[in-house]
Design a binder for this molecule. Structure first.
Ligand code: OTU
Length: 655
């Protein structure tokens, strides 16, 4: 069992877990149908409420009946092994909050060729301590541009460059045997223009035209455009595309070849639910709901984070709860902190949404702290993030396959005396090679001259100075970048939630410029940070002098320490402390057993000193000097001061 037992904050889901604990001993294995019935009756009124909040009862009562018929049919398709696992998970605690979980995100084709190749590298994952894998999209997609597979031709057919469905099933069953959790994407907001529905729509089929937002002319699109922002302004300006084959306009918020699904139509919801179940039945533990903030559109709004989008997600969640209750959802909502938190679900409306969300706020704030060498904005912003429900958790990360957006709150920047526009320009200058003294070698992604917005792309190591340090053969810059890479990862390992390492970052992989030679990639500079896994380098990690070896072994050690300390489990609190020194970040993890761990980091290139009497008050010296788990040494602070070296990180354990 896991150290984080389910709480009661999620009304019907948690009642269900309790019910299961109470009754499951009386049910034999073959009674899984009875457990299904139990889940359906427990959730029926909530599902009905959510359904009719989106689809007017007068018009759609037949559709609701259809959904009720569909649920047992979907459950019948779930493999027995997974049904058993579902029930077990309801009885156990929340595995996703455990300190034992450590994640990695990877592109299968860049990691080790294909699914079989990945399976051969399980030993490498285990060596580092990884037991949670996010594989980037592997289903069929258009030839040429496909947004890295986020333009889907199918939600469950494996693209042959990755192997076969059998390969996937073999991999997921091997993962289950070895205790590795698998996360896959569900691109819930759009399909490619080659998806079967889109093809039928193009041929004039009215039914499938109604699966998308299609318009006779551009009158309504123009109304939408008045308030819709642009996601890819450089390569895909505007949010609508004219499709000559059907002589209609279709909504394409992302790329022109990604058609937005029209969830005003309940048929779309039901078909997508069936697609979701097909996906999770292959042995997926976590489903990443891609771009879920965009799921509902309304003229006169930015069409992100709308209440209907939340109800729709809750409806997906509760139907999945009945069919496959062991599966959890991840919210991919890279939006303002106060908006992200809503994807966990809002208690007052009894809606249960996603168990996990990306901590995009922390990620962006860490990059701001590196560039400014100061932590005030991080402190201020985190103080504004409302507490999350007890049964939910974060994915903490520093880099992923996308760009880094500078989504800080303007009012907080003003409070710090910063001009938001100028500050964002400074960050772009710092990271994107417009300042000679900056060690970063990133690039600008999607500069929008209309708004002045730009985002940042590049690998963690390159953004932190390793590329420039190596090119200039500058030992100080190299050492600084290694320390920064370790410190930022260490923060994500300790903060509470699932840490997600971006494959390659564990060995300080630099920018990959080869995408410029590929016609289908060269317009999307996010490929700068989608490198090939460097197995030649990995074979040489015994040579401790290499920067790559230093990074790998430091992270490996931090992962081991995390797993040995239950205080890192996410049911325990995280508390930020002010030290009076603007370069320092301090936070504490602690639990009801009075165990505590203090993380202390220096974001400055010079040593910094903090006064420590308050650390004493927290009980860290009650029984002599505390131990720093990172260096495995006792820390003496008799003088009342603690020196923190540039980019040093302490993990002080309460003695
Ligand atoms: C996601 O990201 C994926 O992570 C991207 O790789 C895809 O291109 C995109 O969806 C389309 O499928 O705009 O710049 O929360 O930040 O959903 C990345 C809003 C993106 C967006 C996010 C999206």
């Amino acid at each position: 069992s896991h150290p984080c037992p389910p709480k009661n904050s999620w009304k019907s889901k948690m009642n269900q877990a309790k019910l299961h604990r109470l009754v499951s001993d009386q049910f034999k294995e073959k009674d899984s149908n009875a457990l299904f019935d139990l889940r359906l009756t427990t959730n029926l009124s909530l599902i009905q409420h959510l359904f009719f909040s989106l689809y007017a009862e007068e018009e759609h009562s037949e559709a609701f009946k259809k959904l009720l018929n569909q649920l047992p049919k979907l459950f019948a398709t779930r493999p027995d092994a997974l049904k058993k696992q579902d029930v077990q998970r309801l009885k156990d605690g929340n595995w996703y909050q455990s300190e034992k979980i450590m994640g990695m995100q990877l592109y299968v084709e860049h990691f080790n060729k294909d699914l079989k190749g990945l399976q051969q590298k399980i030993t490498y994952l285990k060596e580092l301590g990884i037991n949670f894998v996010h594989m980037m999209p592997i289903t069929t997609r258009p030839k040429g541009e496909s947004d890295g597979g986020y333009a889907v031709n199918s939600y469950h057919e494996v693209d042959k460059k990755y192997g076969t469905k059998e390969d996937l099933l073999e991999l997921t069953s091997e993962f289950r045997k070895q205790g590795i959790f698998l996360m896959l994407d569900f691109v819930v907001n759009h399909t490619s223009n080659e998806f079967s529905w889109a093809k039928k729509a193009m041929k004039g089929d009215k039914k499938y035209q109604g699966y998308y937002y299609t318009f006779e002319d551009d009158t309504i699109p123009k109304e939408y455009e008045k308030t819709l922002p642009e996601v890819f302004p450089e390569t895909s300006p505007g949010n609508f595309t004219h499709i000559p084959e059907m002589n209609k306009w279709v909504m394409t918020v992302f790329n022109t070849y990604q058609w937005d699904l029209n969830y005003n139509n309940p048929e779309v919801f039901m078909e997508m639910l069936a697609n979701l179940v097909k996906l999770v039945n292959m042995g997926v533990d976590v489903v990443r709901f891609d771009a879920l903030a965009f799921l509902w559109k309304k003229i006169g709004t930015i069409s992100q984070n709308l209440p209907e989008a939340h109800n729709l997600i809750a409806l997906f969640r509760m139907c999945l709860q009945v069919v496959a209750p062991g599966v959890v959802l991840l919210a991919e909502a890279i939006v303002a902190p106060t908006d992200i938190i809503k994807y966990f679900g809002e208690d007052q409306k009894e809606g249960n949404e996603c168990e996990i969300a990306y901590n995009a706020s922390l990620m962006a704030l860490l990059w701001n702290s590196i560039a400014t060498k100061k932590t005030q904005l991080l402190y201020k912003s985190w103080a504004h993030v409302p507490p999350k429900p007890k049964d939910c958790t974060w994915i903490n990360y520093i880099r992923c396959h996308d760009d880094i957006g500078l989504g800080y709150e303007n009012n907080l920047l003003y409070e710090l005396g910063l001009n938001p526009e100028m500050h964002r320009k400074f960050l772009l200058d710092y990271y994107c090679q417009r300042l000679d003294w900056s060690p970063a070698t990133g690039q600008v992604f999607m500069y929008n001259p209309k708004t002045g917005d730009g985002r940042i792309t590049g690998s963690a190591a390159s953004l932190l100075g390793l590329e420039k340090g190596l090119a200039q053969n500058d030992p100080e810059m190299i050492e600084g970048s290694i320390a920064k890479i370790i410190m930022l990862h260490g923060i994500t390992f300790a903060f509470g939630g699932i840490p997600l390492i971006y494959a390659g970052d564990e060995i300080g992989t630099l920018n990959d410029y080869s995408y410029l030679k590929d016609k289908s990639k060269k317009n999307d500079s996010r490929w700068l940070n989608r490198p090939m896994q460097d197995w030649d380098m990995i074979a040489k990690l015994d040579d401790e002098k290499r920067p790559q070896a230093k990074i790998f072994h430091a992270l490996q050690k931090l992962i081991r320490i995390r797993k040995e300390n239950p205080v890192f489990a996410d049911c325990n609190d995280v508390q930020l402390y002010h030290t009076g020194n603007d370069h320092i970040l301090v936070f504490e993890r602690s639990n009801s057993k009075k165990e505590g761990l203090l993380v202390i980091c220096n974001f400055d290139e010079n040593p910094q000193v903090i006064e420590t009497s308050w650390v004493k008050k927290l009980g860290y010296f009650a029984q002599g000097d505390p131990k720093d788990l990172v260096s495995n040494k006792k820390i003496e602070i008799n003088s009342g001061l603690l020196e923190v070296l540039p980019y040093q990180m302490f993990w002080l354990q309460r003695a």
